[in-house]
Write a protein that binds this ligand. Structure first.
Ligand SMILES: *[C@@H]1O[C@H](CO)[C@@H](O)[C@H](O)[C@H]1NC(C)=O
Ligand SMILES: *[C@@H]1O[C@H](CO)[C@@H](O)[C@H](O)[C@H]1NC(C)=O
Ligand SMILES: *[C@@H]1O[C@H](CO)[C@@H](O)[C@H](O)[C@H]1NC(C)=O
Ligand SMILES: *[C@@H]1O[C@H](CO)[C@@H](O)[C@H](O)[C@H]1NC(C)=O
Ligand SMILES: *[C@@H]1O[C@H](CO)[C@@H](O)[C@H](O)[C@H]1NC(C)=O
Ligand SMILES: *[C@@H]1O[C@H](CO)[C@@H](O)[C@H](O)[C@H]1NC(C)=O
Ligand SMILES: [Zn+2]
Length: 531
């Protein structure tokens, strides 16, 4: 009985070879003549292939087509890989044998400390990870910094409206609310830590039982959006905005990330006296922060900005976005690199609503659309994936639903549209519970262009990028995915970035140096802190 399979190991095209399987002999024979070297060899010798040989070939082929599978080990990398993989296998094997909990299977927010202790995590932390390509400005910095630093600044007032706390910096407070100086309130309270606990509850998704509290994606999004509502006036006081973004870059830099593309709604910054600025002033602030950060850290490649306002608007307001974008790009070419729309996809307008307008944008303007961040197969939200590729998006944010759209996936592969995978975000916002079920497994398996990013680490008790790398490497990729998969992720973050040719070349050179140091340190035993 002949069966067909696309198993020919060295062929990366869609070539089929026919296998004749003799059930009596338990042998398989390749019949067709194919162009690839191996197939020629097999047909030339006309030897029947034994079952186990064939199995070995299939397995090898799968590993070759995996993310990073086509990279060769370079000097020192084999030894480094052995160290990494023995830590990875130990952690997986222990969980497989039910001796420990498999961390990616459970909600990140309950296990941050456990992941921090993982040896694999410690290696990933040290690894030069390249750039962060999907991160939102007002979710980028750890919640610790907001709570322990920003809320302790002078001139911060607080008031309670309908059971929740509002914040704003003033020189003299307005009368819209019963404002009280937060520092005075802390002094007055016998248990000042109570107010801090309340603030933390308001600026973080973290709860003890996230699966119960966030019964579904919509519930999680309500809480998520309320965090931004609380944070916005805390972060947009001009000097604070400066410190907050600088601190976010610092956390990423300390985590061995050297390049960042931030999505921003361009929130209006304000002064103590109530003066409020327009969106261009926010970009000017970004440019100043970037310049200062690079001056302080010469091996940091840079920051770029993607204008990404909310998708819940009508077409009149949308025209305004277009004007702001044009103005921003004209004033800051090469710094403001493109456009996206943000907000819960299921609740906002789909891309098709704006498509006729988006088509008229100048062809130099790059799109970086969020698309397919949904579990609702076949709905208008799900179809954002179609519009994103038709509108010639450069990358896709999340693309969680992409594997349900084989035609779109074909286009993504052909045009090398990178998918920005954000594992922890998808788990916290309840698209997936156990990260082993994350659909990006299929993308990693086929070496579809992907980058791993962090979305809004400061809203779910994460920090910087390593936690998302850990979840992707341990929970979503194959247990066999190795150092080369991580290396490919870092390389992808440079290749698929919005940097121009010269910037990319410089980034690559610098990254290679950092990578060589990382490999050297890992092999020399300077990285892993063994228990
Ligand atoms: C996480 O770490 C804590 C503290 O060490 C420990 O008590 C807990 O059992 C760990 N949880 C898991 C799921 O490994
Ligand atoms: C407080 O809640 C009430 C009832 O839901 C609502 O009418 C009112 O507008 C809210 N006040 C503010 C300041 O949000
Ligand atoms: C989500 O959960 C909330 C609260 O349990 C419920 O009211 C709502 O109907 C649920 N929505 C969906 C789409 O399941
Ligand atoms: C807050 O952070 C700034 C840097 O952003 C630092 O200079 C300052 O010392 C910090 N303050 C506190 C109270 O930690
Ligand atoms: C408000 O404060 C800013 C910054 O300190 C200052 O530049 C501006 O002149 C002030 N505006 C008024 C109306 O006082
Ligand atoms: C569009 O939305 C804006 C608010 O963003 C509102 O002021 C305006 O009236 C709306 N226009 C139409 C035509 O609905
Ligand atoms: Zn996002």
């Amino acid at each position: 009985m002949p069966i067909s399979a696309s198993i020919c190991p060295l062929l990366h095209s869609y070539t089929y070879i026919v296998i004749e399987q003799s059930f009596h002999e338990r042998k398989m024979k390749v019949l067709s003549t194919e162009i690839s070297f191996l197939c020629m060899l097999l047909t030339a010798t006309a030897q029947p292939i034994m079952y186990w040989e064939l199995r070995g070939l299939l397995l090898a082929d799968e590993q070759r087509t995996n993310l990073g599978g086509s990279l060769n080990f370079e000097i020192g990398e084999r030894a480094a890989n052995d160290i990494l993989m023995s830590a990875k296998q130990k952690e997986i094997n222990e969980a497989f044998a039910e001796l420990t909990t498999f961390l990616p299977a459970r909600n990140f927010m309950n296990l941050v400390e456990n992941i921090t202790e993982s040896e694999v995590f410690k290696i990933i932390e040290k690894m030069p990870k390249g750039g962060v390509l999907h991160c939102h400005d007002t979710g980028m910095t750890s919640e610790d910094y907001i709570l322990k630093n920003i809320t302790y600044r002078d001139n911060l007032y607080v008031c309670e409206i309908n059971g929740s706390l509002s914040f704003r910096f003033f020189d003299s407070p307005n009368d819209h609310c019963n404002w009280e100086l937060l520092s005075a309130l802390r002094e007055k309270m016998i248990h000042a830590e109570n107010i801090d606990r309340r603030i933390h509850q308001q600026i973080s998704m973290k709860v003890d039982n996230p699966e119960d509290v966030y019964a579904n994606s919509s519930v999680a999004w309500l809480k998520f959006q309320s965090i931004f509502a609380t944070n916005n006036p805390l972060l947009t006081y001009r000097p604070i905005f400066f410190d907050y973004v600088y601190q976010g870059l610092q956390e990423l830099y300390d985590d061995n990330v050297f390049y960042v593309e931030l999505r921003t709604t361009l929130p209006h910054l304000y002064e103590l006296n109530g003066t409020e600025y327009g969106p261009l002033e926010t970009i000017r602030a970004y440019k100043e922060i970037a310049d200062r950060f690079i001056a302080d850290h010469p091996d940091f490649i840079g920051l770029k900005v993607i204008y990404a306002p909310p998708r819940f608007v009508n077409l009149t307001r949308f025209d305004e976005y277009g004007r702001i974008l044009k103005e921003a790009i004209r004033n800051y070419p090469g710094f403001v690199i493109g456009f996206d729309l943000v907000g819960e996809e299921d609740a906002g307008h789909p891309l098709s609503y704006f498509a006729d307008k988006l088509r008229t944008f100048h062809s130099d303007i790059k799109f970086f659309f969020h698309a397919g961040e949904t579990n609702w197969y076949g709905t208008s939200t799900d179809n954002n994936l179609l519009d994103a590729v038709l509108l010639n998006t450069k990358r896709i944010g999340h693309g969680f639903a992409l594997t349900k759209h084989p035609r779109v996936l074909d286009i993504v592969k052909k045009r090398k549209i990178a998918i920005e995978v954000n594992p922890i975000s998808n788990q916290v916002l309840r698209l997936v519970t156990d990260l082993r079920n994350h659909p990006a497994s299929a993308l990693f398996a086929e070496n579809v262009p992907v980058v791993v990013s962090n979305d809004d680490p400061g809203t779910w008790s994460a920090r910087a990028l390593s936690y998302d790398f850990y979840e992707a490497f341990m929970g979503i990729m194959s247990a066999n995915a190795d150092l080369r998969s991580l290396k490919q992720l870092a390389l992808n973050s440079i290749v698929f970035s919005g940097m121009d040719y010269t910037e990319r070349a410089r980034a690559l050179t610098l990254w290679k140096k950092k990578w060589a140091n990382f490999i050297g340190d890992l092999v020399a035993g300077n990285t892993v802190i063994c228990a």
